[in-house]
Design a protein around this ligand. Structure first.
Ligand code: 5GP
Ligand code: MG
Length: 180
């Protein structure tokens, strides 16, 4: 449960997200033109809305799989230690793999996950994040595609939670704590 009262200020509208996903999918489509072995891997739980919109915009023969990684620590701080809570169901050796993440913040999560998946010898491994906070980076990680660069703000909505709430907002909003 959230500890302090807060409001959510809209930062990126549902319309802007949809338009950006259309553009991204045109690029992704070009990258994977002709392949029939693409596995789109969503990182649970934050990417579930993004991956749903993304795959429906892709006119490619794909498979979908999920992986859950956790970081220990405070509810609003990501940590440096990454643990795999739920692994992929399928093998990815020789496959094209596109990892889908909600936010790249310090970079530890995607850095860890991509290293893990590389060790399974996919044909090609790429990643896409809806949001990127470059000012927060602690490891040198760059997603293959990024939806929006945002400042160092705590955001929710479009799959992303605050203490498990607000995932169902159709837009990305910024959490603003109220006085008192
Ligand atoms: P990283 O390992 O890159 O620091 O962390 C990425 C993860 O931190 C994201 O998948 C997300 O779970 C969490 N995170 C980073 N920034 C935010 C934010 O503004 N709001 C929420 N809810 N989670 C965030
Ligand atoms: Mg996450």
């Amino acid at each position: 449960m959230p500890t302090r009262p807060y409001v959510i200020d809209e930062m990126i509208s549902a319309k802007a997200i949809a338009a950006r996903i259309e553009d991204l999918c045109r690029e992704i489509q070009k990258e994977y033109d002709g392949t029939d072995k693409l596995v789109v891997v969503g990182l649970l739980r934050g990417s579930f809305v993004f991956i749903a919109d993304l795959v429906r915009e892709l006119d490619l023969p794909i498979e979908v799989d999920f992986l859950e990684a956790s970081s220990y620590g405070d509810v609003m701080e990501s940590s440096r230690e990454v643990r795999i809570l739920k692994d992929l169901r399928g093998a990815i050796e020789g496959r094209d793999v596109l990892v889908v993440e909600d936010i790249v913040d310090t970079g530890h999560t995607l850095n860890h996950v991509t290293h893990l998946l590389e060790s399974r010898h996919p044909a090609r491994l790429k990643s896409i994040a809806l949001l990127d906070k470059p000012s927060r980076r602690e490891v040198d990680f760059k997603a293959s595609w990024t939806g929006f660069e945002i400042p160092d703000e705590f955001v929710v909505g479009y799959g992303i939670d605050y203490a498990q709430r607000n995932r169902n907002l159709p837009y990305i909003g910024k959490v603003r704590f109220l006085e008192g």
